[in-house]
Design a protein around this ligand. Structure first.
Ligand SMILES: N[C@@H](CCC(=O)N[C@@H](CS)C(=O)NCC(=O)O)C(=O)O
Length: 218
């Protein structure tokens, strides 16, 4: 099987790029990586050479171009079914998909006010109601998932799944902006942070030299 290529932006800042990287790295899918740095004048043009949507991530595989993180997740799950990237159990899989879709379209306050920036030293910011509502919703999701699915492992549905890949950037935001969270949430965050996939992404992010204004990243 030809190796797919994942097109991403800076590992320090690109939260959407991190999601499919987490999935592919954590599930052991070999892939090539092409990084197009944000903030360079040619960014948009360089991305549009691969996908007319002009956004990263983009996955290229066997002549197909798949843009959008959630569509990439579905493609990976269908192409490598033996990896069981969504939970096998139908009810668990439905929950994993629902929370992944909610992540994809929601948590706007956290995404807007707390951009992913892995090089930023953890420090709190002034919070507002919208931010606290997003954090509370995430904590509720973690608590419910852990209550129902804690037997298979430390992740949302027990074993690592695509839902965890979707939530990884949010976990980094809570850490970077030093939110106070409940022990169950913290335990989940630590499980994500300890994954080999996240550790390898972060090590590369810390070596990057690009500095991009935070209002230009998502
Ligand atoms: N819904 C898209 C969002 C992708 C997205 O917003 N990507 C950002 C980088 S993390 C981007 O390419 N921004 C460049 C721009 O807005 O020009 C997904 O799920 O992949």
């Amino acid at each position: 099987m030809n190796k797919p290529t994942l097109i991403i932006a800076n590992k320090n800042y690109s939260s959407w790029s991190l999601r499919p990287y987490m999935a592919m790295a954590q599930f052991g899918i070999p892939f090539d990586e092409k990084l197009i740095p944000f903030g360079e004048p040619e960014f948009g043009k360089a991305v549009r050479r691969h996908s007319k949507a002009g956004l990263v991530p983009v996955l290229k595989h066997k002549g197909l171009v798949i843009w959008d993180s959630l569509a990439i997740m579905e493609y990976l799950a269908e192409t490598w079914p033996k990896k069981q990237m969504w939970p096998k159990n139908k009810a668990a899989s439905a929950i994993a998909r629902a929370i992944s879709a909610e992540m994809h379209s929601g948590f706007k306050a956290l995404r807007g006010v707390c951009p992913m920036n892995l090089r930023r030293s953890p420090k709190p910011i002034t919070v507002n109601d919208a931010l606290l509502k997003d954090v509370a919703r995430f904590e509720y999701i973690v608590a419910e998932c852990r209550k129902d699915y804690s037997t298979g492992g430390p992740f949302l549905i027990g074993k690592f799944s695509l839902a965890d890949a979707m939530f990884t950037p949010l976990v980094t935001r809570l850490e970077t902006y030093a939110f106070t969270v409940k022990p169950t949430t913290l335990a989940y965050m630590n499980a994500i942070i300890k994954t080999t996939a996240f550790q390898s992404w972060k090590a590369a992010a810390l070596k990057e030299k690009w500095i991009v204004p935070e209002d230009e990243v998502d």
